[in-house]
Each structure stands twice: as structure tokens, then as C-alpha cells.
Design a protein around this ligand. Structure first.
Ligand code: 5GP
Length: 230
């Protein structure tokens, strides 16, 4: 059964890095690229990290029901493209998306309504230490190509994201799995995520034709075995 993996957790915890590694490491799992009204950071590219749209385009897409869910986060909007997710799942590949808590809750509810809750696997990633998050957000913000004025706003932006992080951490236990982003031990954390995907794949039921092929092989084996001289 194909699955939609949701990587949930506070901004700056390292969800995108985990997502990137997962799709480059495992076969049959594709990255979901969200749409956002947020301006790109210096190192980000349109169509690779996000689809960067202005408010008008984004809300036209909302109007034409192109998102599985969309939410406001720290003054900007983010949405999960519906067609891409459905086409990928229908095509037989898993998808992994990065998402904040409310968006994840919406997707889970929607899949529940459509009686396919088992197709969503929600994984909350939380930082080992509070300070790890602050440090990462600061580094990312300083690296970004924002103007001087915007850099001045850094404190305010980080405070906003940390306030949301506090609300999000309250939902830590609402999801299927929890993994801790260990301080300076990304590979250890990644291996936990990888194990979850492997385990989820092992939960899949095996095609019924496998059992009938097994019986057929058994019948053929009995025939030749009995006819063999002792
Ligand atoms: P950032 O601006 O740091 O890239 O993202 C801000 C937050 O939005 C992060 O928690 C990220 O996981 C979340 N996010 C990214 N894409 C989506 C999406 O399609 N839908 C929702 N609801 N949140 C998203």
C-alpha cells in the first residue's frame, strides 16, 4: 500500500533535511513540494524547495481547490498540492511531505473521511534541546538574503517561530511516531526515520496472487518429488 509520510514539527528542527535524505536514499518515495507565499531564502529555488507564489496566484489556487490543505504560518501561507500527491500515490510511489501541525491534522482528517487513514503516516520530529532550534533558526535567518531592514527584524521573526513551536510541541503525542533530532547526530535521527518507512512497508499485505503461485509451485514440487525414485 502506498503511503503519504508527513514530517511534522517545529520550524528549524531539520524536517526538510530528513525529507531530502529519505528521497535520495530510498526507492519509490517522492518529495512533495509545497506552495508558499513566503519569499525564497537565498539558497532556495522555485520548484525545488517550494513553489513560490504571490498572494493572488496562491488564493486563485485555493479557489480552484488545488490544495489538499493550506494554512497560515507566521504571516505567510503554505499549501500541499493535491494533484501531485494523488497522481504520485496512484502511480504506486510513496510521498513524503514537510508540514506544520494544523496542516497535518487536516490531511489526517481528510484521509480518515475517505476511509484511507492507513495511507497516512505522521511523524513528529522534535529537537533534543530547546536551544538547538533557536541556534538553527538564527543561522538560517542570517544566511538568508534578506535586506538589512529585514535582518533587523530577525529577533521578531525568531520569536514568532519559537512561539508557534511551543504550541506545536503540545501536539507531540498526537501523531503516529515521534523522533528526536539529536544534537549533532543527524545520521542517528535519519536512521530512525528510515526504519519507520521500512517497518511501514513490512506492514503491507502481500498480493493474493503470491499465495496462489505458492500453491501452484507446491503442487508441481509434490508431483516431481513423488515421481522421483528414492
Ligand atoms: P518555512 O518557512 O520554515 O519553510 O516553513 C514554515 C512551516 O510551514 C514549517 O513548519 C513547514 O513544515 C510548514 N510547511 C511547509 N509546507 C507546508 C504545507 O504545504 N502546508 C502546511 N500546512 N505547512 C507547511
Amino acid at each position: 500500500m502506498v503511503k503519504f509520510y508527513l514530517l511534522i514539527g517545529p520550524s528549524g528542527v531539520g524536517k526538510s533535511k530528513l525529507q531530502e535524505k529519505l528521497v535520495s536514499d530510498l526507492e519509490h518515495i517522492v518529495r512533495s513540494i509545497s506552495a508558499t507565499t513566503r519569499p525564497p531564502r537565498e539558497e532556495e529555488h522555485d520548484g525545488t524547495d517550494y513553489f513560490f507564489y504571490n498572494q493572488k496566484v496562491f488564493f486563485d489556487m485555493v479557489g480552484s481547490d488545488e490544495f489538499l490543505e493550506f494554512k497560515e504560518y507566521a504571516g505567510e501561507h503554505y499549501g500541499t498540492p493535491k494533484k501531485f500527491i494523488e497522481d504520485t500515490l496512484n502511480g504506486g510511489s510513496d510521498v513524503v511531505g514537510v508540514i506544520e501541525v494544523k496542516g497535518a491534522q487536516t490531511i489526517i482528517k481528510q484521509f480518515e473521511k475517505e476511509k484511507r487513514r492507513e495511507c497516512v503516516v505522521s511523524i513528529f520530529v522534535y529537537p533534543e534541546h530547546f536551544q538547538d532550534l533557536v541556534t538553527h533558526l538564527k543561522q538560517r535567518d542570517t544566511k538568508s538574503g534578506y535586506s538589512r531592514k529585514r535582518l533587523k527584524d530577525m529577533k521578531r521573526r525568531i520569536m514568532k517561530r519559537m512561539t508557534i513551536a511551543v504550541e506545536e510541541i503540545e501536539h507531540l503525542n498526537d501523531f503516529d511516531y515521534r523522533i528526536c533530532m539529536r544534537h549533532n547526530k543527524f545520521d542517528e535521527t535519519y536512521n530512525q526515520l528510515r526504519s519507520i518507512v521500512i517497518i511501514e512497508r513490512a506492514r503491507d499485505t502481500v498480493d493474493e496472487s503470491y499465495a496462489s503461485r505458492f500453491v501452484k509451485d507446491y503442487t508441481a514440487f509434490c508431483k516431481s518429488y513423488r515421481s522421483r525414485k528414492a
